[in-house]
Design a protein around this ligand. Sequence first.
Ligand code: 13P
Ligand code: SF4
Length: 347
Amino acid sequence: MITQQIATKLQHKPPVFTVPTLPPQISAEQKKTLIDQIHILLKQKNAKIIAHYYTDSDIQDLAEATGGIVADSLVMAEFGQKCDADILIVAGVKFMAETAKILSPNKKVIVPTLDATCSLDLGCPIEEFSAFCDAHPDRTVVVYANTSAAVKARADWVVTSSCAIDIVRHLDEQGEKLIWAPDRFLGDYIQKATDADMLSWYGSCIVHDEFKAEGIQQLKALYPDAAVLVHPESPASVIALADSVGSTSQLIRAAEQLKNEIFIVATEVGIFHKMREAAPNKQFIQAPTRGAGATCQSCARCPWMKQNTLLNLLKCLEEEGPEIIVQEDVRIKAMIPLERMLNFTRA
Ligand code: 13P
Ligand code: SF4
């Protein structure tokens, strides 16, 4: 059994980023006015919203009601390519919008705010990552979708959590040794599932990093029949307690299909909206982020996803910006590993 190697010798500087505060709430009346205005502009401009499950429920509902989509990061990437809109509004985080632009260069891709990013993307700067790859030229470079366009351009494969195990298993069967970046927990999970030879970057998601195994065990003692659903960006001790591990859409499916009536959910709270819709008679409990050693920067709320609001969504439609631009040479290189992933998942 090969154990995952962690690139500790690299001595990455710890990523420095400020976590934005949550935007203020608005009244029901204000919401209705904004939603009505957005409906009109989406139609006028032939625009569609591509939203992630972690955005606010109003944005998720609006995306679906207007012919857009709410999905996991793999399906978000595919949808932009397939739909016939002139403008794609990506209500998620920056890497999702960049992916949409890379795959749909002829569409205008805009975002409600450029402040929505991701600790995994921030924790894997291209210069250091490129040096890491250069130091291991014999390894195939596999990166998580939660990375910048430049990092994708340096990779051989891109994966999301819904297809990572299948792709890494396939590469391992070809005898390839891998570099993996940036999420160390997801990397560890994939390595255990595939036994692949992986040299891993040392990044993490500030949201999933905070779930506590001890807290989940305490909840399990209170609700012994509950099933535990875990996103694989969580620590290994949390994944070890899971009845189902998977991407956001895989976890929603598990909530629907498993016979249990109570679920302890270790992923971002935005997902509860779709889980309750998919299984209205079941009970969903947030996995604890508090406990020994807890700092709770996020408390299961992605501070960047939550920067998407109805207010800035309307403004971005009115102004058709901020627009996502990916330099053409970077785009062409980044498209190769992204297309590899999409072709693999379609096969
Ligand atoms: P999914 O691909 O499972 O939607 O995950 C994206 C993400 O950012 C999870 O934190
Ligand atoms: Fe990034 Fe974590 Fe937010 Fe997902 S939940 S976008 S991985 S910071």
